[in-house]
Design a protein around this ligand. Structure first.
Ligand code: HEC
Ligand code: HEC
Length: 262
């Protein structure tokens, strides 16, 4: 949470909570209350994190507020992307890719809007947005449920109107198949994701993003775009990962990776 700390009020509020907690004589109770205080102050800090104008309000008429689509906590929605905890380097590289045409993706309207926005952003605006989101903790997209009625696809639906979390349905056996493909070190079909994305798939430096717990629809879309080479440029290392994968394989991998903790 590095940069989300410490708005000045927080120092005061947290300090007072800690002081109150220390008044409690009973040891166990004290521990509980201290952890509660920390948890609450964490929430307060997140709420008070200074949100840059470009994220919160955008720059009309060219730039729609990032938060309007990616949400203020960077959790994103399935048709866009989770931005929370992405490194500044990876984030800025993607803006460059949208601008250069290296990331034309599926060509749907949501993506076209993102490309327009990327083209309109100044380097300072990109930097402000990237820095803000890099400091917001990543959250899981939601949960994956195996269901006989899902069919050969991912059916991902918002849990509520706000669209903060989702439930994705996939056919029985999908998660086991996905786990095998994503983790096998001897498979001749693909390369274990952790080789580049790190042991818990939480990313590695400025080049390789975190993927654990991302929306399975988003993951599937990116794998497909990379395979179709409508997402190229810095994603070239991913080519050998997707080369031999079928759409069913990619559904399975996406569903499995989505179940992991970000
Ligand atoms: C109208 C909705 C919309 C708005 C507003 C929007 N985006 Fe996006 N953004 C998208 C979509 C859709 C994608 C996913 C494109 C794809 O599938 O390749 C995306 C993807 C991204 C990515 C790539 C993330 C990744 O994991 O690779 C970055 C970075 C990004 N947006 C930054 C921004 C910034 C910065 C702003 C505000 C200045 C912004 N976006 C505003 C729709 C939006
Ligand atoms: C050889 C290294 C390597 C391996 C192995 C690898 N990746 Fe990647 N992956 C990358 C790099 C590098 C990127 C960043 C691409 C870019 O800059 O556009 C990436 C990006 C991605 C993205 C896009 C994330 C986003 O936010 O848009 C997804 C999804 C992904 N990888 C899934 C996987 C899965 C699933 C596996 C395992 C089956 C895997 N990767 C294995 C190197 C790798």
């Amino acid at each position: 949470m590095g940069g989300l700390e410490p708005p000045t009020q927080c120092a005061r509020v947290c300090g007072r909570k800690r002081f109150l907690a220390e008044e409690i004589v009973h040891n166990k109770l004290r521990i509980v209350i201290v952890s509660l205080a920390i948890a609450t102050s964490g929430g307060a800090m997140a709420a008070q994190a200074p949100i840059p104008a470009i994220v919160d309000k955008g720059r009309p008429p060219e730039v729609i507020a990032c938060a309007a689509c990616h949400l203020p906590n960077g959790a994103g929605r399935l048709e866009n992307a989770a931005l929370a905890s992405e490194t500044v380097g990876y984030f800025e590289q993607q803006i460059t890719n949208f601008k250069s045409g290296d990331r034309n993706g599926s060509g749907d309207n949501a993506q076209k809007t993102m490309i327009q926005i990327a083209k309109a952003l100044t380097p300072d605006e990109v930097d402000a947005a990237a820095t803000y989101f890099s400091r917001v903790p990543a959250v899981s997209f939601g949960k994956v449920v195996e269901s006989a009625t899902a069919g050969d696809r991912i059916v991902e639906m918002p849990d509520n109107q706000a669209g903060g979390t989702y439930t994705a349905y996939v056919s029985p056996g999908t998660l086991a198949k996905g786990k095998e493909l994503a983790t096998s070190e001897t498979s001749d079909k693909t390369i274990a994701c952790k080789e580049c994305h790190g042991d818990d798939l939480k990313g590695d430096g400025d080049e390789v993003p975190w993927i654990a717990g991302r929306s399975p629809t988003y993951i599937f879309r990116q794998l497909t775009n990379i395979k179709n080479k409508t997402r190229a440029g810095s994603s070239v290392p991913m080519q050998m990962v997707v080369e031999k994968l079928t759409p069913d394989d990619m559904i399975a991998i996406a569903a499995y990776v989505a179940t992991l903790k970000p």
